[in-house]
Design a protein around this ligand. Sequence first.
Ligand code: NAP
Length: 310
Amino acid sequence: MKAIRIHRFNDEPRLEDIPAPGIGPDQVLVRVDAAALNPLDALVVSGVARHFFDIALPITLGTDFAGTIERVGMAVTGWSVGDRVICWADAGTGGGFAERAAVPADACVPLPPGLSAAEGAAIPTAGITAWHALFSAAGLKPGETVLVHAGAGGVGSFAIQFAHKAGARVIATASGDGVELARSLGADEVVDYRTQDFAAAVSGVDVVLDLVGGETQTRSYAVLRTGGRMVSTAMLPDEAIGKDRGITASMFYAKPYADRLGELVDAIAQQGVKVVIDRHVPIGSFNEAWARLTSGKARGKIVVSCAPGH
Ligand SMILES: NC(=O)c1ccc[n+]([C@@H]2O[C@H](COP(=O)([O-])OP(=O)(O)OC[C@H]3O[C@@H](n4cnc5c(N)ncnc54)[C@H](OP(=O)(O)O)[C@@H]3O)[C@@H](O)[C@H]2O)c1
């Protein structure tokens, strides 16, 4: 079968022909229709992700994917051959950018009929991160104002919609055509960060969702109200900054919350949340998808078709 692999850290990910994986008693074999890229894939390739995950090389990349169950391990209950699923694999084992993937059965949730495989594959890391960073970590409430940095990206495009639908006032940063995208997703105000200083344009917000890090993060303390909250997915915040104003700052790390993923997927399908797809390329054009990911300019999610024939 075809699979996107690296053999050493810092290898360029390459399309290879390898045997389909076997499955353990607690696993299912999924015929993958679509898999989505995340910045985490680049951290696996560079080896930085070694600090958080046990990565066994060579590895088939891909944590987020969707397809159809083809085989079921002996100890698995609740899943049958033919079930359509969304899967969220551990980054240390990956497996999604391939025609077939072996995953623990509890890393799968049903793919609702209203979502395509590409949409389903796009949800796990970005959707769960947006949801839990906003509501579990930052405790965003209806009527509050949130500044979502990188509102046009994979996590940001979900975060704007979740916050808007939850009754928050949403300010986003984006640039170029990302400004219109962020507005169309429900942002009340969008700051084009390339032409405008967001720190001068925004003040008194309750929550900052920092999806960028660096100077964007350090300059964001100033836009928070006294007692405001910052949550970052991109860089460990310095809790000392803003402490005198009662500002709390924390880092959010997504973990496969498989039970919550099912609830989130259902909410996305039922509430008409738009799964924004930057591009959807065949596995043979993985290099194009990879270049787009590493450019840091994606509008929503980058998806790869893995079904044979692509
Ligand atoms: N800790 C965790 O568990 C976790 C989970 C998921 C993601 N993350 C991290 O969260 C970050 C976002 O992830 P993602 O999947 O959303 O990435 P992404 O889709 O690759 O983000 C791309 C977007 O970022 C925007 N952007 C870049 N620099 C910006 C800036 N200075 N201000 C505003 N927008 C900017 C780009 O817009 P322009 O083209 O207009 O610049 C583009 O739309 C990444 O650092 C990722 O590693 C962490």
